[in-house]
Design a protein around this ligand. Structure first.
Ligand SMILES: [Zn+2]
Length: 377
């Protein structure tokens, strides 16, 4: 049987062009390579799993490539590129500062930096989670970072830029990596599913992408998990909901329908069902607010594009939006927002949410009543 390789490794981009969602970084890096003006110290900031280490590795490979493509990408064919791709290159040194953060660790590193590469052009040191270095370790590192030998490039990576000392920040070229958009992740998953002969429903891939919160690595490991869980290696919407313990957004459509009909009983019963399935009440409040916001967005043709959902779901939103007035949605959102703010302090969270639903269900009446009163004046 073929050895199983996790998708995050198997589909790790081998050049800048294959990196998803970070073109502002990759194009700047390629321009630097093209002009021969590559900095000696970089700081890659951003959430986990969005491609910081991947870009660092590609940059290291490109700096050592013997035969760059006309587009300034590593060729992935020369001896150097091959050794990078096989993880056997001596010109890339990766240090995880989370576990190697003492002064001694950094002194070791500084000592190594003194030796030029035996082959190739640049030695690239990638220091991951650099904010974890002790302040003594930071200080031991500072001088080397200030005047590195010409054959050395440092790439520091962090998820917590605010923890990096200003003295380090001022010595680095800084790149801010972004969370990757839901559709960009979902489309990438679809490509991988096709290559792996996995039947995947696009809605399911979007769910995975949403849950991954902008991180490709997390998305890929969820993708693997769900595919392996299914005997036929299928990724369906239902299986994904169950595996990732995500609340089906259909519930929000149902609750909103009930609220629009002033049917408090149904709204409460649906909420009860959600709790019985083990979901958190606060999650429901936040989800319902998001849903109401989406309906509000649908009230205007110009803002429909702000919806971050699939075509099919957009249609569902547009239909429900027709039933709801802007006044209803705005008031419901305000009530929902209050419930969200005070959820943590409420001593009876279930009642707290039920009251929220009750208030929302009587919005229409309240609006009518206000209009009546206005007439009588
Ligand atoms: Zn090459």
């Amino acid at each position: 049987m073929e050895k199983f390789v996790v998708s995050a490794r198997k589909y790790r981009p081998s050049n800048f062009g294959l990196v998803i969602g970070q073109s502002h970084v990759t194009s700047t890096l390629k321009n630097a390579i093209a002009s021969g003006q590559v900095a000696q110290a970089f700081l890659f900031c951003g959430p986990r799993g969005v491609g910081k280490t991947t870009c660092a590795r590609i940059l290291a490979k490109a700096l050592n490539c013997q035969n760059l493509t006309p587009d300034y990408e590593p060729c992935n064919e020369c001896d150097s590129c091959v050794s990078f791709n096989n993880n056997t290159s001596y010109n890339i040194i990766e240090i995880d500062a989370a576990s190697n953060n003492s002064v001694d660790d950094i002194r070791n590193l500084v000592e190594q930096v003194r030796y030029p590469p035996q082959s190739g052009k640049k030695k690239v040191y990638i220091i991951d989670e650099v904010h974890m270095l002790s302040s003594a370790a930071f200080n031991a590192f500072l001088k080397t970072l200030e005047e590195p030998p010409s054959y050395v490039v440092f790439i520091l990576a962090t998820t917590e830029k605010h923890k990096i000392l200003p003295t380090i920040l001022s010595r680095c070229q800084i790149f801010d990596f972004k969370r990757i958009k839901v559709d960009e992740i979902a489309q990438q998953l679809r490509i991988i599913a096709q290559k792996e002969n996995i039947q995947a429903e696009y809605e399911a891939l979007r769910l995975i992408a949403q849950k991954a919160d902008g991180g490709m690595r997390d998305a890929l490991s969820m993708f693997d998990m769900i595919a392996n869980f299914s005997p036929e290696r299928k990724i369906t919407y239902q299986a994904t909901l169950e595996n990732l313990h995500i609340l089906d957004y259909d519930y929000y459509f149902q609750v909103t329908d009930a609220l629009l009909k002033e049917d408090v009983a149904t709204a409460w019963l649906i909420f009860n069902e959600i709790l019985e399935k083990g979901f958190d009440g606060h999650l429901f409040v936040v989800g319902l607010c998001e849903h109401l916001r989406n309906l509000l967005v649908c009230q205007d043709e110009q803002t429909v594009k702000l919806l971050e959902v699939s075509q099919e779901t957009t249609q569902k939103y547009l239909e429900q939006a027709k039933e709801a007035s802007v006044a209803f949605l705005a008031t419901a959102l305000q009530i929902g927002n209050q419930a969200d703010l005070f959820y943590k302090n409420s001593k009876q969270p279930k009642l707290h949410v039920e009251l929220m639903l009750l208030k929302m269900a009587y919005i229409k009446k309240a609006i009518l009543l206000a209009a009546e009163l206005e007439k009588k004046k």
